[in-house]
Design a protein around this ligand. Sequence first.
Ligand SMILES: [Zn+2]
Length: 456
Amino acid sequence: MSTYKVSARKYRPQKFSDVSSQEFVTQTLKNAILTKKIAHSYLLSGPRGVGKTTIARIYAKALNCPNSKDGEPCNNCDSCTEITSGVHPDVFELDAASNRGIDDVRAIQDAAKFFPIKGKYKFFIVDEVHMLTQQAFNALLKILEEPPAYLIFILATTNPEKIPATIVSRCQRFPLQRIKIAEIINSIKQIAKEEKIKIDNDSLFLIAKLGDGALRDAQGIFDLSVSFCGEDIRYKELKNFLNIPDKEIYFRISGYIREGNAKEILNYFNELNDHGFDLQTFFNGVTEHFRDLMIVNSTGKTDLLDESDSIKEKYSDEAKLFSADQISRLMKILFEAENRFKYSSNQKILLEAILVELSRVNTEVLDLSDILSDLKAVKKKSLTEHSATSEKKAPSGIDLKSNDHEADFKEEEVKLTTNPPESNIVSEGKTDKPENSSDIISKLKELFDTEEYKFN
Ligand SMILES: [Zn+2]
């Protein structure tokens, strides 16, 4: 393993045709070369690790290469090899994250005054250009307003919205896409083959997925995996090394939710917590799990899941066990909890509360008309009692403070009965549903937080 080199560097694409997922950009740039319609400034935007500076370099190579063919560089001539190794005298790369001031742009201004030494064009590739100061942008704008014929700027950024409109309007703009998971997998597979490293499909998926749309990140994870697993990367080992929670955890959680088993869900969660399971990872994992179930449940297909075939099959089975309505309610709970969770000072307790809420989703299947009719009955009963005594405890043990709102109530009653529910009217403080009044009341408290519906 001692000869192993970092993949991202070693396998950086050297031709447009080797670049993954950015066909629109690479094709347009190739056409520009072929039709000799060369702009003076380009703006490549997109998430990190999707190939912005790689494309910039290939473009510089292709334009300065004497043997360029079909808009691609030859990668053999002096010019190409010098650009590849970063020593070409006419190609400058600047990282605006660390060179963001006016002096840095003045240096560019000075360098821009001179004709290219070797090639036809002189290139300035400015990465993370949004980091420049306002003064530096002003200086840059001056060059972009009247660039010499040989000068080409390629600006790259992850945050195009932070670049002044005056600069943006002078550039040809290319938004780059996140790289598709299948393409990352292919790329990693290819590297593994070249490096004679065995890797199973689940590991490929895992690495590609962790790359999160960035090939460079996925390659970095692959390198790390090789350094840990050696020449034979197996999912089980890799997963432990990367400290990746097993999907099995989430299937178990959704199993408990289906059963409405709050007790077991809490036991299991605490067990995971005792083993040092990261709470944010857990929360994200649960959310992603139900998002995947939602997709399979609503499309009936697993194509949209970024998972291996064996996992997809499990999702296909699990999705059948939930109704669309249940899944959407679970997602609603998770989305509503998301912000609270992020800023909570006690994430563990909050997570426990969320899990209990999730585990109730299967039992709380009363639809709104059921709930309203239950409320109506409870209220009616309380009003009847109210006429006897001024205040009395409801049989469920809940104090129903019956204010003098009989008129209001009657008005509500009219509204409620416009869509008359079935005959599940409460007779003795009990419904024919599994829920007790306190469940219904707490639910209604959320639904109608109005004076008429205030319970003490
Ligand atoms: Zn060449």
